[in-house]
Design a binder for this molecule. Structure first.
Ligand code: MG
Length: 205
């Protein structure tokens, strides 16, 4: 993998090293069949891993985010980061950081930012995708919407990935886990072994 470790370690984000390597590996496999998409760009850490794999396959990564931070990233909340506050508006704005990351890793022609709500974009989306990584808002309704709206766009044999799957409530919020279970129960996917908190499903043919 041609990603500079010191450089990527400086990018803000909540991605374990093993998860990052697995994302890259899965995307390298998937991307031969078509474009990939992630929900939840934040500052672009996972976009670098997915985007680098997309570059090797001469495809693209669509990266969706409204860039105003999730519920838990707002001032006073658990994951608030003052560096991300826009001084003029007093609001969280991750777009500047995201664009810098993408540009620093030379991925401007590979990673395509889609700025808006995943639901709004998903409702008009038509392009089949070889991989979808769901890592947007972790509120139950939001994860459920992302799953219900976007999962139709995964190609047969393509990957549907969920971040932050914790079966133990002591380790993390349960919304992604509950939606992940729902996807498994649908019978539409083959389940692969998890990688840390990364849930991996393959759309059946
Ligand atoms: Mg996450």
């Amino acid at each position: 993998m041609k990603i500079n470790k010191e450089k990527i370690d400086r990018v803000k984000g909540f991605l374990d090293e093993r998860e990052a390597a697995r994302l890259y590996e899965l995307c390298l496999d998937a991307g031969k069949k078509g474009p990939c998409l992630e929900i939840g760009s934040y500052c672009g850490k996972s976009s670098v891993y997915l985007g680098t794999a997309c570059r090797e396959n001469a495809t693209v990564l669509f990266s969706i985010d409204h860039h105003s931070g999730s519920e838990e990233q707002q001032p006073g909340q658990e994951y608030f980061d003052p560096d991300l506050l826009d001084k003029e508006t007093g609001k969280v704005d991750t777009l500047r950081h995201f664009r810098k990351t993408i540009s620093d890793f030379g991925l401007d022609d590979i990673v395509i930012p889609l700025i808006g709500r995943s639901m709004t974009i998903g409702k008009v989306w038509k392009t089949p995708l070889s991989l979808i990584f769901i890592d947007g808002s972790h509120a139950y309704e939001a994860v459920l919407n992302d799953y219900e709206i976007w999962s139709h766009h995964v190609m047969p044999g393509g990957y549907l990935l969920f971040h932050d799957i914790f079966s133990d409530p002591a380790k993390g919020g349960q919304a992604p886990y509950l939606v992940f279970q729902k996807a498994i129960v649908s019978g539409l996917y083959d389940e692969m072994p998890m990688c840390e908190s990364l849930g991996i499903l393959i759309r059946k043919k």
